[in-house]
Design a protein around this ligand. Structure first.
Ligand code: FA5
Length: 340
């Protein structure tokens, strides 16, 4: 009698375990049949009242049923756990090759773009690109460039002094002297870099801006050579004819000296805040190197001559891209920078 009850119970338990739709239904079946107060446990409790010969047989049978149910239960439980894990991992799946969201490639600053173009042009013409310190000695920034302490040109380039003995360079011209000291003659260099002036800031003046110095020293260098390089520079950058004017300009370190102005490309001539209503923008002062400057650099002016120019790199960038206010360039404003 008990045997058939046990076998019915086994059949029912097997079908419930195998048919359980989820882990919860499986657990309910386990509690019902295999739990501490489940059907099998109850039968076990009753075994004490059995005749000894029945007890051994029923005990064996009960064990076999229990093992059968437990192993079915374990394997279904493992299957549910595997499925749950797969579902979780599926939800967490990461494509490591996918680009990070929001990562936008950066771009070069317009000053860097134009500086690179000019470096490529001048290296193709046999010039070396050299560097100089931004913190300079008064000797390199002024004296060696034929600007003695009492000279009014020092007032025109007021700067920031560091403990009275060093200063932030006001132009890239000190690199002329450093290059002569280091390399001697003949010499062909350009020196792009940052310069500083104690200046009233407006649409075309910054206290921190960029220049690109150029210098060529050889035998019998003339104004004609200089103009050839100035023209090559402007053609390479603007890739079209631009109106320029050459007028005499005074700089103590050149003789003769010139100012090369470009017709304002922001307003096209009638006048605007960038050209201070004049229609022209000062861009490329230049001249033949003064003999005193050659001497300061240790070069004999009777044997060698040269030209030098001091391109206003920041202004050139403004003209090239039509930037109507110099302050955009150092603003760090992405709306401006992302246009390049
Ligand atoms: C000089 O600095 C000379 N060292 C240039 C030079 C070199 C002349 C070699 C002869 C031979 P100047 O002060 O004019 O010159 O400045 C040169 C250029 O820098 C100007 O034409 C202008 O384009 C630019 N510049 C001058 N001041 C500012 C400023 N505050 N902000 C932006 N650009 C400026």
């Amino acid at each position: 009698m008990l045997d058939s009850t046990l076998s019915e119970l086994e059949t029912r338990a097997v079908s419930l375990i195998e048919a359980a739709a989820d882990a919860e239904a499986l657990e309910t079946a386990r509690v019902e049949f295999l739990g501490r107060k489940g059907s099998l446990a109850n039968i076990g409790k009753d075994m004490g009242k059995m005749a000894p010969e029945d007890r051994a047989r029923v005990g064996k049978l009960l064990n076999a049923v229990k093992q059968n149910l437990e192993s079915r239960y374990e394997s279904r439980k493992a299957a549910f756990e595997r499925a749950a894990l797969d579902a979780r991992l599926g939800g967490e799946w990461l494509d490591l090759t996918m680009p990070a969201p929001g990562a936008r490639p950066g771009s070069l600053h317009p000053l860097t773009l134009i500086q690179k173009e000019l470096e490529e042009l001048f290296t193709s013409l046999g010039f070396a690109v050299v560097d100089g310190p931004e913190v300079e000695t008064p000797w390199h920034n002024f004296d060696a460039l034929n600007i003695p302490p009492s000279h009014p040109a020092r007032d025109a380039q007021d700067t920031f002094w560091l403990e009275d003995t060093l200063l932030l360079r006001t132009h890239t011209s000190p690199v002329q002297v450093r290059a002569m000291e280091k390399f001697g003659a003949p010499l062909r260099i350009i020196a792009p870099g940052r310069v500083f002036r104690n200046e009233e800031v407006d649409a075309s003046h910054e206290h921190t801006f960029y220049q690109l110095e150029g210098m060529m020293i050889d035998r019998d260098v003339s104004v004609a050579h200089m103009l050839y390089f100035m023209k090559s520079l402007l053609t390479a950058i603007f890739k079209k004819d631009v109106e320029v004017r050459l007028r005499p300009g005074f700089f103590p370190f050149v003789e003769p000296g010139f100012e090369l102005d470009i017709q304002c490309l922001i307003c096209g001539g009638p006048g605007c805040p960038v050209c201070k209503q004049s229609g022209w923008v000062e861009l490329l002062p230049c001249g033949l190197v003064h003999p005193n400057v050659l001497r300061s650099g240790g070069i004999d002016p009777d044997e060698w001559s040269g030209f030098a120019f001091g391109l206003g790199l920041t202004r050139l960038v403004m003209m090239r891209y039509g930037i109507d206010d110099i302050r955009h360039l150092a603003s760090g404003d992405l709306r401006f920078l992302q246009q390049f």
